[in-house]
Write a protein that binds this ligand. Structure first.
Ligand code: KIV
Ligand code: ZN
Length: 510
């Protein structure tokens, strides 16, 4: 049997550090459930000490998730470790991931600490973390620019203090693959009791080598990789989970390692992250890009038709690309609807939420003859109108004519009152957003407007993400509808509602 490679997903922590990708507690729980379904071994759910909201989200995820280990990040100080320890308490399996920088530049310029003090802080942090859980991970931040001898010294000390996983991050994306393999080999050889711990890689993508470096680390002895869905993350991102998993699986002749990942859940996970964060997936992105399995050239098409493996090294189905499966229609009942949502892992909690979703499904089925899994995902991702929220869409009429300025006639509820406004814009979406702003007067800046067709065909639902910023707050709003203008209006209004509630918040580590 092949050895195990542990998959540590940090989409909810390092991924959330992408500008504008901050997520609400409920969104994080939805993502965590999908990661659990995907078979991720460890979910880094956040950084408890960063904000009370982060701690609360980790706590809620620890309550909800049973199959994956739930982890919180913590700097090597008492306050962070205690916050992490409290946040993961409800978890069936909880981990504290503590870190301190070890490179000369970070120790001298950022921490202003001597190497001896850094070792002392790391040991104290690991010992305190062990009072909360047996599962403690230690990271040497900026390890790939640190002195190997110093790393061996600090790793020896934290292993003696009780660390079970040793993570070697390429924090700034500086590493080069063949040297990374050597670096891991050297550390594993030079650290006493290195066989008592799992060695881990955590690579950033500043030079586009995060996945290559992670795999190189595996060749050098790492048995845990830290990664994110779609490679989301700080700056140029982290190593992409889907690429690492599929590389290890497709090239088992080279790696001879097994993961616990259900690869058919990769594309649903990718779509969920993309729709919640508003970060689109580039069409030519490996594994999860829309063109990853599209064959354009005649020679390739001919080859694939004759024998798929002439031009495909893995199948689209194996990573969860469905054949636009027709699931439900106008005549489907509530039971069939509930069963399909359950199969897809998107069943909302509580009868009231299910009833509301079913009512929206019926409305959609009236307009669209065939309802696909993607439609259901979009429908459930869009929470629909909520009478308790500050702003809501009542009705919309948009006139767009060649040579004329588009006009939006909007009726919108704001704090219990009905407002009727007319606005003009450069295009129809611009007119709608101006109409909304003339009522809300939020003064927010529009950072992102993205539209995605959920299925093929011109009767596809449009899934729209709007990202707004106001002062130090950045929020995303989503809307889904067959009418792209209605979806856009809902997305803008949903973002405005978030700006006015606790759900919207500053970047956790700002
Ligand atoms: O990139 C990094 O060094 C990190 C650590 C906190 C593990 O994210
Ligand atoms: Zn990182």
């Amino acid at each position: 049997m092949s050895e195990r490679l542990y998959i540590f997903d940090t989409t909810l922590r390092d991924g959330e550090q992408s500008p504008g990708a901050s997520m609400t507690r409920d969104e994080k729980i939805r993502i965590a459930r999908q990661l659990e379904k995907l078979g991720v071994d460890i979910i880094e759910a956040g950084f408890a000490a960063a904000s009370p909201g982060d701690a609360e989200s980790i706590n809620a995820i620890a309550e909800a998730i049973k199959e994956s280990t739930i982890c919180s990040l913590a700097r090597a100080n008492e306050r962070d470790i205690r916050a992490a320890g409290e946040a993961i308490k409800p978890a069936a399996r909880g981990r504290i991931h503590t870190f301190i920088a070890t490179s000369p530049i970070h120790m001298e310029k950022k921490l202003r600490m001597q190497p001896d003090q850094v070792v002392e802080a790391a040991v104290a942090a690991v010992k305190l973390a062990r009072q909360y859980t047996d599962d403690v991970e230690f990271s040497a931040e900026d390890a790939l620019r640190s002195e190997p001898d110093f790393l061996c010294r600090i790793f020896d000390a934290v292993i003696k203090a009780g660390a079970r996983t040793i993570n070697v991050p390429d924090t700034v994306g500086y590493a080069v693959p063949h040297l990374t393999t050597e670096f891991f080999r050297k550390l594993i050889e030079g650290t006493p009791n290195s066989d008592q711990v799992i060695w881990s890689a955590h690579c950033h993508n500043d030079l586009g080598m995060a996945v290559a470096n992670s795999l190189a680390a595996v060749m050098g002895g790492a048995r845990q990789v830290e990664c994110t869905i779609n490679g989301l993350g700080e700056r140029a991102g982290n190593a992409a989970l889907e690429e690492i998993v599929m590389a290890v699986r497709t090239r088992c002749d080279v790696f001879d390692l097994e993961t616990r990942i259900d690869t058919t859940q990769i594309v649903p996970a990718s779509k969920l992250i993309s729709s919640i964060t508003g970060y689109p997936v580039q069409p030519n992105k490996a594994v999860v890009g829309a063109n990853a399995f599209a064959h354009e050239s005649g020679i390739h098409q001919d080859g694939v038709l004759k024998h798929r493996e002439t031009y495909e090294i893995m199948s689209a189905e194996s990573v969860g690309w469905s054949q636009n499966k027709l699931t439900l229609g106008k005549l489907s009942g509530r039971n069939a609807f509930r069963t399909r949502l359950q199969e897809l892992g998107i069943l909302p909690e509580g009868e009231e939420a299910l009833n509301a979703a079913f009512a929206r499904f019926k409305e959609l089925a009236d307009k669209k003859r065939e309802i696909f899994d993607e439609d259901l995902r979009a429908l459930l991702g869009d929470s629909g109108p909520d009478a308790t929220e500050r702003y809501r869409l009542i009705s919309l009429k948009v006139v767009s004519e060649t040579g004329e300025q588009p006009t939006a006639n909007l009726v919108m509820g704001a704090q219990g009152e009905e407002h009727r406004v007319v606005a003009h814009g450069a295009g129809p979406v611009d007119a709608v957003f101006k109409a909304i702003e003339s009522v809300a007067q939020s003064g927010a800046d529009l950072l992102l407007y993205s539209v995605n067709a959920v299925t093929a065909g011109t009767d596809s639902q449009a899934e729209v993400t709007v990202r707004l910023s106001l002062d130090d707050m950045v929020v995303n709003g989503q809307g889904a509808d067959i009418d792209v203008l209605v979806a856009s209006t809902e997305a803008y209004i949903s973002a405005l509602n978030r700006l006015t509630t606790e759900a919207g918040r500053a970047h956790p580590q700002a």
